[in-house]
Each structure stands twice: as C-alpha cells, then as structure tokens.
Design a protein around this ligand. Structure first.
Ligand SMILES: *[C@@H]1O[C@H](CO)[C@@H](O)[C@H](O)[C@H]1NC(C)=O
Ligand SMILES: *[C@@H]1O[C@H](CO)[C@@H](O)[C@H](O)[C@H]1NC(C)=O
Length: 620
C-alpha cells in the first residue's frame, strides 16, 4: 500500500518537473530581422519578459545573402531640408524606431540606395546598443500549442532546449526562402539563391531570366552589358511602382534593361510564359530549349518565328521568395491566406492567427493584410505595423491602453494638420493606419489616437482600451490615400490629367493626400480586408484635402478653410481662431444667453473669456 502511494506521488509530480526544465518567457519572437528587433525594442524599453530566437549568428541574416547584387532598393534620403525627425522618417525607409538618434541609417550609409552590408552593420548595432535580447544560433522548431497550464506555446531548439511561451508568440521570420520550381529539366536552371553574380561569366551568352519582379530586374541590370541576348519571361505583365504606388513592384533603379528592350537592343520581355509551364531540354549544340508542357496555354511548335527558337546558354530563376513554415508542429501549422497571393499566413486584423489564439505575425508576414495595397511588406511600412501590434498587445495583455492624448476641441484642426504634414506612420502605411480623434460632443474635447489600424475600427475597445459610445461620441479619422483609380499597371500616370489643382475637385486628387471621415457609431461588422473599403462602413462625412505638389497641406484657402468647414459642420461649433479683441467684439454682438444654453454657438476660442467674472459682468 505504501509503495503504491509513493508511486502515485511520483506520477503526479512528473509534469511539474517537466515545467521546471522549460525555459519560460511571456513573449517569444521568432526571427531577429528588422521586425523582430523593432518589436524587441518596444518590449525591452517597457521592461517585458521576452526573447527573440534567431537561427543564424547575426541579426537580419537575410541581408547577409540578399539581395544578391547587394544594392538595397529602400531609399536612404539623408537630406530633406527639414530637421523634424518624424517628417524625415517619411524619406528614410531603412531605419528602425528607437530613442537613439545615432541609430538612424543615414549615419551608416551615404548612398541613396545603400549596400546590404551596411544594413547588416546597422542591425547589429541596433541590437547591441539597445540591448535587445536575441538568442543567436537558436533554431526553434516543432512550435505547438501547449497543453500545459500557464504555457500557450512550446517549442524546442537544435540543442534540445524546451521553451514555453506564456502569453504571446510572434512569428517574424519573414518571406525569405527562395521559391524553387520542379518541372522537367529544371535542374538545368540556376536559381537566384545560388547563381553567379559575376557578370563576366555571362559575357557573350544568351540568357533567359524567369521572373518580372525586382530580383529578376536587378539580375538583368547586372547582366545586360555582358550577355548577348538577355530575355525576361513571366506569366503576367510588368508592374511599375510608379504606376501602382506599390514599392514591391519594379522600381526605377532596376529598369534599365526595359529601355534597351524598347530601343531594340537585343534584350526582350516575354509574357504569358511562367516557369511552371515549360520543360527544359539541352540540345545537341548545348543550348537550353523551352518546351511548353501540359500546364501551358501557348504552343510554340507551329510558330516558325517562335521567340525562344534560338535556345539559351543559361536560364536563371528569379521568381521571388516564400515563407518558411517548417518550424511548426503539424497540428499548429498556420494556414495561408487566400487573398494575399497565397504566400502570407492567414490572420485577423489584429495580426493574430485566426486558428491559434496568442500567435501573432509581424514584419513581412503581416503584409498579409495589406498585400499590394500599402507598404507593410517593407521595413518602412512594417516598423509601424509592428508598433501597432505592440500597442494592441499592450491593451489586450497588460490592460495598458493605446497612448491617447486628450485635448479641447479648439486643437482639433491643428492636431490633424500637424500630423498631415509630418507623420510618417500614416504616410507609409497609407490607407491602413490612420489617426483617430474621438470627439466627445458634450465635453467639446477629443481623444487622439495616432496610427490606429483602420480595419480595427469596429474593435476599437478591444484594440485600444478606448470605449466609443454611440450617440455621445463622433469619430474623425485621417488617412493618407492615393486616388481611387490612380494605382494600376498600365495607367498613364504621367498624363496631363494626373493632378487636380482645383478646390472643387479635391475628391479626385490622385497623389497621396489626407482624407478625413466622420463616423457616428461603431460598425458591427468585421472589416473585409479583401476590399479596399476597409473602414467596413460608410462614413457620415468625407473630406479630401486637395493633393499638393510639395506635399504640404497648409495652404489657408485650399487646405485649412475646407477642413475647418468640415469640422464646424460636424461639431456644430465655430472653430475660427479669435484674438481676445475679436472675442470681445463677437460677444458684444452675439446673443449672450446662448452661451449658457446647450447650443453654444460662440467661438470656441472665446469660451474661457466668457466664463471669467469680468466678461459676465460686462453682459449683466
Ligand atoms: C513536438 O512537440 C510535441 C508537443 O509539444 C511533443 O509531444 C513532441 O514530442 C515534439 N516532437 C519532437 C520531435 O520534439
Ligand atoms: C474611378 O473610376 C470609376 C470607373 O470608371 C468611376 O466611376 C469613379 O468615379 C472613379 N473614381 C475617382 C475617384 O476618380
């Protein structure tokens, strides 16, 4: 009997000893790339218990290899003519946010399109100087939902350490695995990840590059002075970033070869032929032939002018990257979202997995929500979506509300205009992150939330801790937006109708401009992120500020006056600024007792004056 009892005791103790072996953290982040480090900065600054797992021995190891030709395409504009730090971040696409002015990428490179090696140095300094807790050489795997009390997720590393994530798991391992094709003869193709980057090795050769994105064009740019024939092939047409306003599309820096195509200089672009649709065979003369396979919808055989009839000396594959999700246990593997090219994980508007509560995505993976719509797939965009994630976690995990500033209504115009003219987060994450002012009609004051994810409007309380009350509050939002019809491949975006310059056609503005909306009540429906109308409900008021060549929205008649009218209409207040003398005048000529009724129509700027003893005496 005693033997039995002690056995039982041992058995019941067993799970406890397993817990003791696990290394436990509140927050576990997978990947020390720019997003992982950015999130690490916020967690570190606010004293949270977190760890970042990094499989390699450096931060941002993607940049140790990619881009292969080493030139980044994120701009490093060191001079803007302004000293406003917030404004300058609009044109600094590489820096991460911190409190240290030495950790700005402009201090690491003078190049407008910098060298990737400089970015590695930058990330290493960022991690080291800010003391961000990264566990290098730690490749976690078998991430699974935990059955253990107090553990949400668990995982192992290659040294057989076991980890327990108590509260939040953030996957930030990026989109960094090259996409490989597996067709017949595709072993004869050289991939972007392993091809030679010495252009001399291509002297006099005929070269075909599969792909039509920046990695393909970057490769073409390196080779077109060396190859004899240089062709690019892809399924669909080229998309230029100046047509689509999508920084992931072909950038000016990479388009030299397109010029030589149109000037008939032996370089060419083929469409309608993707890498999956061809088999590759080596001819007796050593050249590589393309044979359309069953998946192909083109037939080259009956064409005696078949464009690829000469064959190629070399075929390169530059068709982009995919997410590595091999680190998950089979039961905890996130599904891919169908709406974002099938490359990104499925997630809700709070960047949280819809399948595994407590699992979040940051960085390039969070681009699932704004794929081809905004800049969330790139450092200058995801440094802000990462901050938005951090702020939402602040409320949902620690009951720490979104940072909110409370101001009286007379500051409404200036607060919005200042942000329209300097804010970087809403400028980069256009149409996705917006500034929210929740106006309390009774108090004539507002709560201001910067960079709030607009698709979370219906979940404002769950995301920020701010309780919007229908009837009592009005919501004013400001987002930066391009014209509705201004971002499509093939647009004539240099045509002479591209700019609106008349106040009457402000709503047809094409270039990035502030758009204001008013809402009366919290929508009950979730946002449909597949649509562009991510506010998921019609506003009761809409105001576009006219686009501006200098991107300064501060012209008195063109920007300020229409905006003031808009706010005056919805607040039912006179928002004109007044000097004390004017106020006195106004009060002498305004029906006094209105000031004490609920329908106050006196200038807001005068309210303090009215309430002093002297002014009351003046009227009595
Ligand atoms: C993976 O994790 C599960 C659940 O935590 C565990 O039962 C299993 O033993 C792990 N597998 C490996 C190969 O470590
Ligand atoms: C965009 O194009 C559609 C269809 O041609 C048109 O109805 C709409 O008014 C246009 N919107 C803007 C803002 O130009």
């Amino acid at each position: 009997m005693t033997v039995h009892l002690s056995l039982l005791c041992l058995l019941s103790l067993a799970p406890l000893s397993v817990i003791a072996e696990k290394i436990t953290h509140d927050y576990c982040i997978v990947g020390a790339g720019p997003a992982g480090l950015q999130l690490g900065f916020f967690l570190n600054r606010d004293g949270h218990d977190y760890v970042i797992f990094e499989k390699s021995d450096v931060a941002g190891s993607f940049f140790a290899k990619y881009p292969r030709h080493r030139q980044l395409i994120s701009i490093n504009k060191r001079f803007t003519g302004r000293y406003n730090k917030e404004f300058n971040l609009r044109h600094d696409w590489n820096s991460l946010m911190s409190d240290d002015d030495d950790l700005l990428f402009g201090k690491y490179s003078e190049e407008y399109f910098p060298d990737a090696d400089d970015y590695l140095k930058y990330l290493a300094d960022y991690q080291r100087k800010l003391g961000i807790n990264v566990k290098f050489n730690t490749e976690v795997s078998n991430i699974s939902q935990s059955q253990q009390k107090g553990c949400k997720f668990e995982m192992q590393d290659q040294h057989e350490n076991n980890y327990c994530c108590k509260r939040v798991l953030v996957i930030a391992n990026g989109i960094s695995d090259p996409i490989v094709s597996h067709g017949v003869g595709h072993d004869l193709i050289e991939g972007y990840e392993s091809m030679s980057v010495n252009p001399k090795e291509f002297d006099g050769q005929s070269v075909l590059i599969f792909g039509r994105g920046n990695s393909a064009l970057e490769t073409a740019k390196s080779l077109y002075g060396h190859a004899a024939y240089l062709n690019l092939a892809a399924r669909s047409r080229l998309r230029f970033s100046w047509d689509t306003h999508y920084v992931g599309d072909i950038r000016g820096i990479n388009n030299e070869v397109l010029d030589s195509y149109h000037l008939k200089s032996l370089d060419g672009i083929l469409e309608g032929m993707s890498i999956e649709e061809v088999d590759i065979v080596r001819r007796t003369d050593g050249k590589l032939d393309l044979i359309p396979n069953k998946k192909s919808h083109i037939s080259l055989e009956d064409m005696d002018h078949n464009p690829v009839r000469h064959g190629y000396d070399r075929i390169l594959r530059c068709i982009g990257f995919q997410w590595d999700k091999s680190l998950f246990n089979a039961n905890t593997t996130p599904a891919l979202s169908k709406t974002s090219s099938g490359k990104y994980p499925l997630m809700g508007t709070d960047y949280q997995s819809l399948q595994f509560p407590g699992m979040y995505f940051a960085g390039a993976l969070a681009h699932s929500l704004d794929w081809r719509k905004s800049a969330g797939g790139f450092i200058h965009g995801f440094r802000y979506t990462t901050r938005a994630l951090y702020r939402m976690l602040g409320w949902s995990v620690h009951q720490q509300p979104w940072p909110i500033v409370y101001l009286p209504v007379e500051h409404l115009m200036n607060t919005f205009l200042k942000r329209a003219n300097e804010a970087s987060g809403i400028y980069q994450m256009f149409g996705q992150l917006g500034d929210f002012a929740i106006y309390n009609r009774e108090m004539q004051s507002f709560a201001y939330l910067e960079e709030f994810p607009v698709s979370r409007w219906n979940k404002i309380f769950e995301s920020s801790g701010y309780k919007f009350e229908n009837g009592k509050h009005l919501l004013f939002t400001m987002t930066m937006e391009y014209g509705a019809n201004f971002s499509k491949p093939g647009n004539d975006n240099f045509g002479d109708t591209r700019v609106q310059s008349s106040l009457r056609s402000a709503e047809l503005s094409n270039f990035l401009h502030p758009v204001f909306r008013v809402f009366r009540s919290v929508p009950s429906k979730d946002a449909d992120i597949t649509k562009n109308t991510i506010f998921n409900t019609k506003p009761i008021g809409l105001q576009h500020l006219l686009e501006d060549f200098t991107t300064e929205f501060s012209a008195v008649r063109t920007h300020i006056a229409p905006l003031r009218k808009f706010f005056e209409f919805f607040t039912e207040l006179d928002l004109r600024p007044h000097l004390p003398e004017n106020c006195l005048n106004l009060m002498l000529t305004t029906h006094v007792y209105d000031a004490y009724s609920s329908n106050v129509r006196l200038p807001v700027e005068c309210r303090n004056l009215v309430e002093t003893e002297e002014s009351i005496a003046l009227y009595s």
